[in-house]
Design a protein around this ligand. Structure first.
Ligand code: ATP
Ligand code: LTN
Length: 333
């Protein structure tokens, strides 16, 4: 490998990607590919921590890849692969499980949220999910992990696990840093704007899917929950303003203009005009991605080729770290 710093990130094929995934993560990845050696994966091993239909996982995995490419990630310059096609992830996760404490895992916000939402299936994988995520990152001696704000707690535990392992065995892992996008790091639900926009939300009106028709996108934004005050003003931390704060953040992320400048434009306007303009800006942001996506998704041979090639590269790079770990803990290799 050259001397560029390493970026690793991924999304789960647990649903159709949302505007939150795009603005919080993928858009940032596109920028980073110029200066870093980037590895972006489809995290299917993580997806079975909650019940999903197998055919859906299989189909969505290639949909996620097509969306990465349609968003502007160049498959010739970056490594893209399916997590389950590189067995080193599961192998390192097992080892790291033995260096992670139950108490740390039980404190994770995502574990608490998901175990409340899936009370009938609080499986061990849901608890140990952050250990697998740590393995994903540490296998590649990653420098930076670009994610949305909701994932920062998982980056912290990854750093703790790596530090603990290094203090026992010497410098085995690079300690990675999380990287937030400047705008759009936390896009909120359109129906309950104090909750993050999530592709697994049972109410489709709460999220904009990257696959929604353009008129559906406009309708969802026009139906977004706001307040009755009628002022397009950004007030950080004021939950009564959460809906407008969110629409301002979305507008800022898709146009690249500052929230202040946007709010100033709508000083004397009602929510109707503002929402119509946000809808138009979001549609214009998504439209070109969709057009590319629609062409790519039918070319299964091309997409599978990228995965195969990506998995070979990923395996080769990550093998070095795994071998080092096995040697350090005492396995005969
Ligand atoms: P699920 O709802 O299935 O838990 P998710 O959409 O929350 O899925 P991922 O697909 O794993 O989670 O997320 C991929 C990336 O998108 C992560 O970096 C995550 O931080 C980011 N992301 C997810 N939701 C948002 C959001 N609402 N705003 C900003 N970034 C987000
Ligand atoms: N947990 C992440 C998805 C994910 C990930 C990773 C992101 C799994 N492994 C490694 C970055 C690096 C999520 O966004 N829910």
């Amino acid at each position: 490998m050259d001397d560029k710093k390493i970026i690793f990130s991924g999304t789960q094929p647990s649903g159709v990607l949302t505007l939150g995934n795009y603005l919080g993560a993928i858009k940032n990845w596109v920028e980073l590919q110029k200066d870093y050696r980037c590895i972006y994966a489809m995290m299917d091993l993580h997806t079975i921590t909650v019940r999903n239909t197998p055919a859906d996982i299989r189909r969505r995995t290639l949909e996620v890849l097509a969306l990465y490419i349609a968003s502007g990630i160049d498959p010739d310059e970056n490594i893209m692969f399916i997590q389950s096609q590189n067995p080193n992830h599961a192998e390192l996760a097992w080892v790291l499980n033995c260096y992670t404490y139950m108490g740390e895992l039980q404190r994770m916000t995502q574990f608490k949220d998901k175990s409340a939402r899936h009370a009938e299936n609080i499986n061990a994988g849901l608890l140990t999910y952050p250990v697998l995520m740590a393995a994903d990152i540490l296998l590649y001696q990653t420098d930076f992990v670009p994610v949305g704000k909701d994932q920062m707690q998982h980056i912290e535990i990854c750093r703790d696990i790596a530090g603990r392992f290094n203090s026992l065995y010497g410098d085995v892992f690079k300690i990675p840093e999380g990287l937030l996008s400047k705008t759009g790091a936390k896009i909120m639900s359109l129906q309950d704007p104090v909750k993050k926009m999530s592709k697994s939300d049972p109410n489709p009106k709460s999220y904009i899917s990257m696959m929604d028709d353009m008129n559906v996108i406009a309708k969802k934004i026009k139906g977004a929950v706001t307040d009755s005050e009628g002022k397009v003003e950004y007030r950080e931390g004021d939950d009564t303003k959460a809906g407008i704060n969110n629409l301002l953040s979305i507008m800022s992320a898709v146009t690249g203009r500052s929230i202040e400048a946007i709010a100033a434009d709508y000083q004397n306007q009602g929510y109707g005009v503002f929402k119509a303009d946000v809808a138009e800006a979001v549609v214009e942001c998504i439209r070109p991605i969709r057009e590319k996506y629609d062409k790519l998704i039918n070319d299964k041979a091309y997409l599978s080729g990228i995965c195969k090639n990506g998995a070979e590269n990923a395996r080769r790079i990550s093998e070095r770290t795994l071998n080092k770990v096995y040697k350090k803990v005492g396995f005969v290799i």
